[in-house]
Design a protein around this ligand. Sequence first.
Ligand code: SAM
Ligand code: SF4
Length: 328
Amino acid sequence: MSLVDGVGRSIDYLRLSVTDRCDFRCVYCMAKNMTFLPRQQVLTLEELQRLAALFVGQGVRKIRLTGGEPLIRPGIVGLCRTIAALPGLRELVMTSNGSQLARLARPLVEAGVKRMNISLDSLDAERFRAITRNGDLRQVLDGIEAARDAGFERVKLNCVVMKGRNFDEVPALVQYAIDQGIDISFIEEMPLGDVGRSRGETFCASDEVRSVIARHHALLDSTENSGGPARYVRLARHPQTRIGFISPNSHNFCGSCNRVRMTVEGQLLLCLGQDNAVDFRALLRRYPLDDGPLVAALRRGLQGKPLRHDFSGDGEVQVVRFMNMSGG
Ligand code: SAM
Ligand code: SF4
């Protein structure tokens, strides 16, 4: 089985959001005051499992659990165990803010989660709190260390770079990744949702981030590709650390897009930067025992997967959905 979209792109990667809620309120992801979904609008654990099985049955080989913060969803470890055991799935991975990892890293490895991405935008406790609006840096650093020691095949940091907020910390964040023996990716901020500030003022292109790193390290271009949008470099003197650049605004990567996203409301998003969606929650609930209509909707939906996003790079909102709704 394999899934192919209307222009021949092979789709084998599902990003599955397990909650829209979060213990942080990062300035680039959420507004200060957010209203979260009422419980009945959120997919149950059983519905999430059914969708995962259905997508894997149709050819998806990699699932990333995300959110919101996936580790605050009750029952998350059991959900991971069930999904990781699906025959045909190559890897189950996760993106987390790290706040719960000191406690959960090991259970997640035992449940079958192969790799962990952890967001880290600053190494300064006050700045970290300002960016996340209420995050505790120490708790996250403890979580990163727990993840490093827990036995994941890879741990990677994700950092959204913003001028005037954390751009000056890029060298320190690279050094931290080197010291931990893990990878780090620098992400350009995307214009998703009205977060109550103009993103254009703080926007920082990946090429600038790369130039700053190149002042401190000899960089070796790498052709490594995780099938995703990141471009990687290696550090000549620290081979264990890879540095990624995710540049949705300055380097369009839509031609090789291999993914779709499922929101926790059961909306299948065909593109992060467009509004096209298919309502799987309605189908799940209308056909509790018959996957046929869901498979047909998936295959039909993929024919309408947009060619590309329309982020222009001026930082203004182009998609009203917040990132916590899209599933990062
Ligand atoms: N809560 C988890 C976390 O923060 O890692 C998972 C969900 S979060 C939405 C997934 C990723 O999206 C994080 O690395 C976060 O930094 C990134 N992100 C959120 N809003 C963004 C935006 N507007 N532009 C670029 N990246 C964003
Ligand atoms: Fe929460 Fe992650 Fe969004 Fe930050 S980026 S508010 S941690 S979902």
